[in-house]
Design a protein around this ligand. Structure first.
Ligand SMILES: [Zn+2]
Length: 110
């Protein structure tokens, strides 16, 4: 199955003056033409960019129709992040904040 895009990303955490700092870099590649050599529409590319950004932020692929994290259906690109996907992002944000707090507490002890 041809892919609409891909992402490679890297997250590094290092301690600077005992303070954990993180840096995330990502390179997102998106198809500009579909498998039949026709140009991808803005909506199709937007779906793909949102999908790949979702991966960078920690979301997995989904099989739910109408989800940004589902594979791109060229006939029905998704233009809005779903409530379940937003909830997952909020949980990941809260978890990341908790990990950061624990890392800071650890850094203070050593
Ligand atoms: Zn994916």
């Amino acid at each position: 199955m041809p892919v609409g895009g891909l992402v490679s990303w890297r997250r590094a955490i290092e301690y600077v003056n005992q303070i954990p700092t993180d840096e995330t870099t990502a390179e997102i590649r998106v198809r500009t033409h579909n498998p039949w050599a026709r140009g991808m529409s803005f909506e199709q590319m937007r779906h793909e960019v949102a999908h790949e950004l979702g991966h960078v932020l920690g979301l997995d692929d989904s099989r739910r129709l109408g989800a940004v994290m589902s594979p791109l259906d060229l006939r029905r690109p998704v233009g809005k992040v779903g409530d379940d996907e937003l909830e997952a992002l909020h949980r990941l944000r809260d978890l990341a904040a908790e990990v950061r707090r624990e890392a800071l507490e650890y850094a203070m002890r050593v």
